[in-house]
Each structure stands twice: as C-alpha cells, then as structure tokens.
Design a protein around this ligand. Structure first.
Ligand code: HEM
Length: 215
C-alpha cells in the first residue's frame, strides 16, 4: 500500500499541473507581466497566509495538526516586508482580496477552526509547494523585476530557518505518513487537498482576468 504522502501527491498531480500551467502563472514565469501583477498576487497570498497562521497557536496542541504547525514555516512577516517593498509603507490601505481569495481564505479558516485534518491538507498544499516550486518563482521574479537575490520582494520564498529544504520535506512526508485516521477520513483529506489546489487555481484565474496580455 502506498504511503499517505504518496497517495496525496499522486491524487493531486492533475490539480498541480492545472495550477502550474494556468495562464497567469505561465505569463508570470514567462516574464510577460509587470511587477504590478506580481504585487497583486503577493497581496492575495497575504490573505491566504493570514488565514493559515493567525490564531493558529490553538492548533499547536492538536494531535493531528499540531506537529505540522512549525514557526520556521510562517510566512506572514516575510509577506509583509515584501508588500512594504512592493507597495510602500501604506501597503495595508490598498490591500484588496479578490472574491476567489476571500473564498480560499474562508475555507482555510473554517478548517483551522473546525477540522484540523482539513487544515493539514491546506498546510501541505501551500508550504510544501512554497518549498518546492516556490523556488522557481523566486528565481524568475528576481530576474524579471530585479529584486535583490533572496531580498525584499521575494522574502516570501526564502525560508531562512530551513537550511535544508529537501530534509525538511522528507520529514514533512514522514509526518503525513504517520497521519492516523481511518480510510474515510484519509479520503476526505485527499479531497480537501484537491480542493486546496482548485482554490489556488481560481485565484490564478481571477488574476489572469485582471492582468490579461494585450498581445
Ligand atoms: C509555476 C508554478 C509551480 C511550479 C514550477 C511548481 C513546481 C514544483 C516542483 C518542481 C515540485 C517537486 C518538488 C519535489 O519533488 O520535491 C513541486 C511540488 C509541489 N508543489 Fe508545485 N509548482 C508550482 C505551483 C504550485 C502551486 C500553485 C501549488 C499549490 C498551491 C503547488 C504545490 C505543490 C506541492 C504541495 C508540492 C509537493 C508535492 C509532494 O512532494 O508531495 N505548486 N512543485
């Protein structure tokens, strides 16, 4: 039988490809969008991480979600520095969640409050992705818009306290493999994971509509 980390990974592969190849992501990675689109995307991430990380101390003792809640992953302070760089000191005043972002953040918050295992699905989808493909995005952003390497503007993608991402991911997968639940609950978590990807894709879709290429 496949390990739970493998089950999740395999089950969400199709959704991963969809997110990865969305028009907005492809345009962003293709260097075809202005820094304004990148800033707008970073703003949307702020709402998602606000939901993932604010008030999350209450989950630290939870037997299911607790082991995943690790301060070295927290992204909100880095996002806030990036936004101050991208939008200026008044960045908070201009912060607007797209409806798709609002829906995504609401679902994360709902899981955090009522269903710790569902929260894990969202946690996995974001943080493991940030540690993986996020590095591709950082590299591209540095080259396209000239941010200082690993500096302001791309701090969201820099995990200062995780010196060895590969080892961290290995350990993370072991945590997933140790996830104790019956088959039905496991299936529900896999479904939530797919949903998490789809919520991301919906945000990309909305961003793609906001930043269409004039070509
Ligand atoms: C263009 C954008 C993206 C690129 C280039 C990309 C690339 C990658 C790569 C190369 C890996 C494999 C890393 C490894 O095996 O250790 C990976 C894993 C992952 N990505 Fe992405 N990705 C992108 C977008 C996304 C998005 C939007 C999400 C979800 C929000 C996401 C979530 C994940 C997750 C959860 C994993 C871990 C899979 C696992 O090992 O269980 N990725 N990504």
């Amino acid at each position: 039988m496949d390990s739970f980390s493998t089950v999740i990974r395999t089950a969400s592969q199709k959704q991963h490809t969809e997110a990865e190849t969305s028009t907005f992501m492809a345009d962003l990675l293709g260097g075809r969008l202005g820094v304004d689109a990148y800033a707008r995307y970073t703003e949307q991430l702020w709402f998602v991480y606000e939901a993932l990380e604010t008030g999350i101390e209450q989950l630290a003792d939870d037997p299911v979600a607790g082991p995943f809640v690790r301060p070295e992953l927290f992204r909100l302070p880095a996002l806030e520095r990036d936004l101050a760089h991208l939008r200026g000191p008044d960045w908070r005043a201009g912060l607007r969640a797209l409806p798709a972002t609002r829906a995504y953040a609401a679902r994360v918050r709902e899981c955090a409050e009522r269903w710790p295992a569902g929260y894990v699905a969202h946690h996995y989808t974001r943080y493991l992705g940030d540690l993986s493909g996020g590095q591709v995005i950082r590299d591209k952003a540095e080259r396209t818009w000239g941010f200082t390497r690993r500096g302001d503007g791309v701090r969201f993608y820099v995990f200062d306290e995780i010196p060895n991402p590969a080892a961290f991911k290995r350990h993370y997968r072991e945590l997933l493999d140790g996830f104790r639940a019956d088959e039905l609950e496991r299936q529900r978590v896999v479904t939530e994971c797919k949903r998490a990807f789809e919520l991301n894709t919906a945000v990309f879709r909305a961003l793609g509509e906001e930043f269409p290429l004039s070509a």
